[in-house]
Design a protein around this ligand. Structure first.
Ligand code: ZN
Ligand code: ZN
Ligand code: ZN
Length: 281
């Protein structure tokens, strides 16, 4: 069985164009004939049963791309920033709002689980994940868990605004995908954990695109994304048959899709966009 990934969103917290912004990049994105220049908040659908990051665009994304949320088995969260969580939508799993035939598993770090619970309690009076037919699984960087019969989840530390943020190495039926958005150049412990691993598919943060290309602190610019990919290639984590993409693009990167492609294509790196489908055969 091939592993299939659909990109439901490829943008940053404010999306692209940024809602109130009148900068040249946002103006060009609004006027563009290329739908890849519009970027909703970053989210991934894996094999129709798993979503990584379920943000403010999740409702729109599920309707537009025909994602059957009622059949979803699990959501993995990278961190608690508002562009990656959507507690309000989860609250609509309660009795009276939703007839659920399946429980949903939620995988996240402790601070992210607390942020979701706190919002649900304060705004909707929801006292537990159980009221939403949700089973929560608390993750710690470096500690792998297996879910179901075939999904291995290895959360690893991200470098992101001094909060507990995770990137993921997911393995299913021998196929491995690395989800690496919302991190600067990865912490050494994460590089160490990746040693000896082969990545069939990888998505790396490229938030600051071509403008702050060398930025490597809590996000990456395109030149840092390239540097991280070169290291993964030197480590033989990425090989010739691997597919690799930049993702989580901001208006502050001052680049439209075609310009990002012009930068990355010579290095055999793709540029993720909303609706992109990738399969690992
Ligand atoms: Zn983000
Ligand atoms: Zn702008
Ligand atoms: Zn973030």
């Amino acid at each position: 069985m091939p592993l299939r990934i659909k990109i439901l969103g490829s943008g940053t917290a404010n999306g692209l164009p940024s809602p109130f912004c009148d900068c040249e990049t946002c103006r060009r994105a609004r006027a563009s004939q290329d739908p890849r220049d519009l970027r909703r908040r970053t989210s991934y659908l894996i094999d129709d049963d798993t979503i990584v990051d379920f943000g403010p665009d999740a409702y729109w994304q599920s309707v537009t791309y025909g994602v059957k949320l009622h059949r979803l088995k699990r959501i993995l969260h990278t961190h608690r920033h508002g562009d990656h969580i959507n507690p309000e939508l989860l609250c609509y799993r309660r009795t009276g709002w939703s007839m659920n035939h399946m429980r949903l598993k939620l995988f996240a770090s402790k601070p992210t689980l607390i942020a979701l619970q706190t919002w649900a309690l304060q705004n909707e009076g929801v006292r537990s994940f159980d009221e939403m037919d949700i089973d929560d699984v608390c993750l710690t960087a470096g500690h792998a868990v297996t879910d179901g019969s075939d999904l291995d989840i290895l959360p690893l530390a991200a470098k992101h605004h001094h909060i507990e943020a995770l990137v993921y190495l997911l393995t299913r039926n021998g196929r491995t995908v690395f989800i690496g958005n919302d991190s600067g150049y990865y912490p050494e412990e994460t590089w160490k954990a990746l040693e000896g691993k082969h990545l069939d598919l990888a998505f790396l943060d490229a938030t600051f695109g071509l403008f702050k290309a060398d930025y490597d602190d809590d996000h990456m610019g395109a030149a840092t994304t390239l540097r991280a990919i070169m290291r993964l290639r030197e480590m033989k984590c990425l090989t010739e048959d691997s597919q690799v993409f930049g993702i989580h693009f901001s208006h502050a990167g001052h680049a439209l899709h075609s310009e990002l492609e012009a930068f990355f294509a010579p290095h055999h790196i793709g540029v993720a966009y909303d609706g992109l489908e990738v399969a690992v055969p």
